[in-house]
Design a protein around this ligand. Structure first.
Ligand code: KG4
Ligand code: ZN
Length: 338
């Protein structure tokens, strides 16, 4: 069957066609229209501008995805759309478009959780994970650990209590003058610095929890930068990037190792925009090798927001008969049903 996946939760408008049969999923087309250049002017995503840009892009990229796939609307079997969590105005564009398209063409509609969709990107790799597995979602808005017991059943066992890892990368990136979003640029800069140069606190909370807190780390890094400014010293940007990255990476690795021990899972999936981080990928790959755990991380093109991961998540909701209808609404929150 063919599923159209639609994504508009933040600053990427995307439409993708995924062909699915049994547990085999294949991307036929995945069109992503990024608004990053627009938001870069403001140093971060401006929600109102994001909504308008989604409206402008969504019809064109859907047509483009169908054309790239070489199929017509009539050949589609379902429409899947990110309904939560995210920027409410941005989400509403995708949800209303998908509802109209499904209704007008008599297609089943599936509502998708954006966080589950990030994990579902792994179902599109050469080695799709079979549940149960442990999933680490690291993105601009989330840093969470899930025990995944079925393609659609996620149990959160750890999460950040304040900022997300991506948010922290972006904040430090902005303060040291890197273009928005700072994550990717900071990743490259970290490779040139000394990770032991600056002592920074770990984002991993105490041993009785799998939770994180990035606000203390972020504040410590900002204090360090302010201190340099006060002393009229140049900020050693590469050393700061390396030390900050090391704190993030080792804090995450610590909780991932504890979560593997606690759950006894033998597969780890990492997903989300920050899963593109080269240092985090290398550290978790080494950890998994040491523990004899299978490590699955989507290719860089599927780590950021895209419609293919939405179609993949939607397919498994479809198989379970979890359909939405024209009453579907978007929600900014992680748990709209609760
Ligand atoms: O998943 P995503 O595309 O959007 C959300 O759902 O939030 O994640 C975007 C985040 C941004 O914070 C961006 O800076 C970060 O992913 N990111 C990275 C890297 N590439 C993107 N963070 C660290 N290292 C990278 N290489
Ligand atoms: Zn995302």
């Amino acid at each position: 069957m063919y599923i159209l996946g639609m994504e508009s939760s933040c600053d990427e408008t995307s439409a993708a066609i995924v062909r699915a049969e049994g547990d085999k999923l294949e991307i036929v087309a995945n069109i992503v229209a990024s608004q990053i250049e627009t938001h870069r002017l403001y140093g971060g995503v401006v929600p109102e501008i994001a909504s308008r840009a989604h409206i402008e892009a969504i019809t064109g990229i859907t047509a483009e995805a169908l054309e790239a796939a070489g199929i017509t609307l009539k050949e589609l079997d379902a429409v899947a759309v990110t309904a939560f969590p995210g920027l409410i105005g941005a989400l509403l564009v995708g949800v209303n478009f998908a509802k109209s398209l499904a209704y007008a063409n008599g297609l089943p509609l599936v509502a998708v959780n954006h966080i589950k969709a990030h994990v579902a990107a792994s179902y599109l790799t050469e080695t799709p994970p079979r549940p149960p597995f442990l999933a680490l979602v690291v993105s601009g808005g989330h840093t969470s650990l899930f025990d995944v017991t079925d393609h659609t059943e996620f149990h959160e066992i750890g999460a950040t209590r304040d900022d997300a890892a991506g948010e922290a990368f972006d904040k430090i990136g902005r303060v040291i003058g890197l273009p928005y979003p700072g994550g990717a640029a900071l990743d490259r800069l970290a490779g040139e610095g000394n990770q032991k140069a600056i002592a920074l606190p770990s984002p991993a909370l105490g041993n009785d929890t799998l939770d994180f807190s990035f606000s203390g780390l972020k504040t410590a890094a900002l204090n360090y930068i302010n201190h340099c400014h006060q002393q009229e010293k140049e900020v050693p940007r590469a050393d700061l990037a390396a030390s900050f990255t090391e704190a993030v990476v080792s804090g995450i690795a610590k909780k991932v190792e504890a979560a593997l021990l606690q759950t006894g899972r033998s597969t780890l999936v990492m997903a989300g925009g920050v899963a593109a981080n080269s240092h985090l990928r290398a550290r978790l790959a080494a950890l998994c090798q040491k523990r004899g755990v299978q490590f699955i991380v989507p290719p860089l093109s599927l780590c950021g927001d895209n419609g293919a991961m939405v179609a993949a998540a939607g397919y498994f909701e479809y198989l379970r008969g979890n359909f939405a209808d024209v009453s579907l609404n978007a929600s900014a929150s992680d748990y709209p049903e609760g």
